[in-house]
Each structure stands twice: as structure tokens, then as C-alpha cells.
Design a protein around this ligand. Sequence first.
Ligand code: ZN
Length: 160
Amino acid sequence: MTRPLWAPWRLEYVGTADEQEGCIFCLARDGPDEEGLVAHRGERAFVLLNKFPYSSGHLMVAPVRHVGEFAELEQDEIVEIHRLAGQGMGALAEVYGPQGYNLGWNLGRIAGAGVTDHVHLHVVPRWAGDTNFMPVLADVKVLPEHLEETRRKLAAIWPS
Ligand SMILES: [Zn+2]
């Protein structure tokens, strides 16, 4: 059962993703960690916090390369994206202690992707009592903790 929560910031984001200048992943990749909410950088992939999260600690793992087609990901990008997702769950476990995770790819606007031309893997921490799996993609939580504070904590505790 989905509870439709009012989340104007996310609606605004989905509405303006097309009009935004530049790719948010490439901007985060090229800018300072604090500005792009980058929690960790690898060789071929990096991890950033979702500015419009579904739950506290909602991470996205993206290839360094600007690529929109899932099938065009290279072997070492695929491997590193998943390794970073695993490390991200390790960091999240330390900071938030979630009870589970959803990992997922939203490919195409119809599938819920806000950004369609730079693929990324969502890592969404889950707790008992939050909404169930599929509706998480259309649902939003109100977050008490400041995103930069979350980024700082995760970056500091990131497992090597
Ligand atoms: Zn990009």
C-alpha cells in the first residue's frame, strides 16, 4: 500500500531535470565533494548522495564516464559500481544501521529515472515500517538530517 506523500522538492526536480544545464553526475564528478555530495570516488565509478532521497542515506553509484546506455557499461565499470555499492552499504550500516536495502536501476523516464543519460545504481536503505519495495520509487520520506552532514559521515567511515 502506497502512501502518497507531498514532496514538492522532488516534483520540482523531476520537472526540471530535462531543463537543467549539464548532467548532475558529471557536475558532481568535476566539482568539489561537498557541492556534489560525493561520498566516495573510485577509479571508474563514484558515489554521491541523492539530493532528493527516498530515505536517509539514499546513495547513487555512477560510472565516471557519461554513459546513458546500461548495455554500454564496460566490464570494469560494472564491477566497480557494484563494489562501491557494497562499500556504501558497509558505510551506511555503520552510520544508520538500516535493516535492509533496495538496489536498483531506473532506466528511462517511464521507469522513474530523473536523469536518463548518465546511468546510475540506486542504493536505498530500508527500515521496518517504511513502504514496500516498488512504491519506494514513487515515494519520498522527509529527512531530518542535513545531506552534507550525512555525506561527511559516510565519507569519513567509508570502508577501503
Ligand atoms: Zn554525465
